[in-house]
Design a protein around this ligand. Structure first.
Ligand code: MF3
Ligand code: CO
Ligand code: CO
Length: 284
């Protein structure tokens, strides 16, 4: 996305004065604040919302076809072909050298699993499919878990509780709250159900670029971290492990993250807009 275009929109759609005033008030109290260039204006929000609608349709398409026996490359093919048919593109492809169009992370893989013809889905697997769509230069990012065939009770519970963990994070993402409030809520939910929270990766600002400020940790302290200003668009995407929180990166492909103790991991992700009264999920 060329910087020029959104800087032009910027001038025509200023940040409302009452929001700037409240930001100024918080600045005086030494609260960390986002660069105003990343506070989304109505035209941008409409663009990200449209990217979100395509991203949701892509994940719905995956949901229709995903099944045992299929390879993760088959998922990549579905995502790429469907996305392109909507006039959009897949953000992961060639992002910092990433070789495929989607991330497919199975069982003990935490995230950034790379699709492959050699990796087939088996009955009992749980898999995260993480899609990021670029439409007219705007980004939307979401992921879901899929349960293949009949999965164990422990895996089913992990998948369902991780979704509720994301929902707890979304509920905490209120205007003028902080990123720390989100992390506090997700960690509290996960820990109270006996799970651990991955610390090395997190959510992020999104919309004009793939990964913008702030980093959204899924463990945090209430009231700490960047203020959530109306007009900010962020992802929340907790990675929750059955065992210990430690992870490591694949030595050979440089991307895939696994749990250190080999325990199962789940993740759900939404892109959300902070509004003046709450938030709006842009990837439903
Ligand atoms: N979609 C991931 C996220 O939620 C990022 C994937 S980067 C890739 O932030 F290069 F692996 F695609
Ligand atoms: Co994602
Ligand atoms: Co993301």
């Amino acid at each position: 996305m060329d910087e020029l275009l959104w800087r032009e929109i910027d001038e025509k759609e200023p940040i409302p004065a009452h929001i700037l005033e409240r930001m100024e008030e918080m600045r005086k109290h030494h609260k960390p604040l986002i660069d105003p260039a990343y506070i989304k204006r109505p035209t941008m929000i409409e663009g990200i919302r449209r990217a979100g609608a395509v991203n949701t349709a892509v994940l719905d398409e995956v949901a229709k076809h995903i099944r045992a026996g299929m390879s993760t490359q088959d998922i990549d093919d579905i995502v790429r072909e469907f996305t392109h048919a909507q006039g959009a593109i897949c953000a992961p492809y060639k992002f910092e050298g990433y070789p495929k169009s989607v991330c497919t992370s199975i069982n003990n893989e935490v995230c950034h699993g790379i699709p492959s013809r050699l990796r087939k889905l088996h009955d009992g697997d749980i898999i995260n499919v993480d899609c990021t769509t670029i439409l007219d230069g705007y980004y939307a990012d979401a992921s879901r878990m899929f349960m293949i065939g009949s999965v164990s009770e422990a895996r089913r519970k992990l998948v369902e509780e991780t979704k509720k963990c994301l929902e707890a994070g979304i509920a905490a993402a209120q205007p003028w709250a902080t990123v720390g409030d989100i992390g506090y809520a997700t960690a509290k939910y996960a820990h109270s159900h006996g799970y651990s929270v991955v610390r090395e990766l997190g959510g992020h600002g999104v919309g004009l670029e793939f990964h913008e400020d702030p980093f959204v940790a899924h463990i945090g302290t209430r009231g700490k971290g960047m203020v959530l200003v109306p007009g900010m668009v962020i992802t929340i995407e907790p990675m929750i492990n059955i065992g210990k929180p430690g992870v490591y990166i694949d030595d050979y492909n440089g991307w895939t993250i696994y749990t250190k103790d080999n325990s199962d991991s789940a993740q759900w992700e939404h892109t959300i807009l902070i509004t003046e009264t709450g938030n709006e999920i842009l990837t439903y």
